[in-house]
Design a protein around this ligand. Sequence first.
Ligand code: PMP
Length: 379
Amino acid sequence: TRKLVMIPGPTPVVRSIQDQMGRETVAFGDPNFIRDYKELINDMKTLWKTEGEVFVIAGTGTLSMEMGIANTLKAGDNLLIVSHGFFGDRFIELANRKGINVDVIQSEWGEIVPLDEIESKLKEKNYQAVTVTHVDTSTGVAAPVKEIGELVRKFEDTLYIVDGVCATAGEPEYIDEMNIDILITGSQKAFGVTPGLCILWAGPRALKRREKLGTIPEYYVDFNKWLPIMEDPSKYFATPAVNLIWALKESVNIIKEEGIENRYARHIKNARAMQAALESLGFTLLADKDHRAVTLSNVLYMDGVDDVEFRKVLGEEGVVVAGGLAAYAGKMFRLGHMGNIDIHDMVSTIAAIERALYRVGIEAELGKGVGTLMRELLK
Ligand code: PMP
């Protein structure tokens, strides 16, 4: 059986993007490549609506997190971390290692930190930045990024850093309008590109902060090293990931063809259909109903299902999903439904989940989930 990879990243990579990975690699000084890189950078700024800059370099989402912190904060600065789970918490160690003073507000997994808690924390002391994870992949919760942005903007010295690794290109993000100063992401989730790119937008306030910091300890992720290249990709700092940049360019072409607003709407529709289908089969979702992500679902097992066995059987039925993290290991699976997936992927996924449930001895009417999914999608 072919295996559909429905984990929350990497997501299925469509043929036209794979083809870019398979192209003969050219010199990074190749005039056509330089043109492609430049067009990509311009499109990324236009589509995510910012007057600032974008950086597209080899790396992953974690490198992008490091890049965001390294270019805006120095040892001794205060950082407020709003955490909705495992990836929100990742900022704690990252910032601690750089000698940044960290305060953390954590929600229960599956819920959000209330806005008034964030506001009263921001009033307590002068924070140089706040981090928020748009979609925490460990919980399937989407943060109210716009509303938090309105709060943060009231505090002049505080930059707003958003981790969009599991959100960007699926969840709506309008950088300047939402007061986002740094948006962090990677290539392997809602862009539907193979893993390997670190993507980061920096708005005008973040660029100003970088200037104020002078020389920073980090070298590869220093904005100042990359700014000349992002302005003129014929210049060299470190070798660009030629084929990955083409692959991302193809992803952006797909986004432009679809229309980014249509893409956001499609993600909502697909997510609600997948979530309804899962619930009709007797699963419950970890994320509270008002803050559910559209990019993935974090699905709690009903009694009597063993995680390891279920995911093994589901794999045999042709669908790969991810396990739960930390306290939820063994208690749930995580299902990605973002990027360039289509109706075939979704119907196959729900059907395979039904077969797997049947095989592990859970009585459910075969076709119930698929029926729910199709009815929702036909609405
Ligand atoms: N932040 C979030 C929200 C993520 O989901 C992930 C990856 N699952 C990361 C950061 C880290 O990204 P990467 O694995 O590409 O380094």
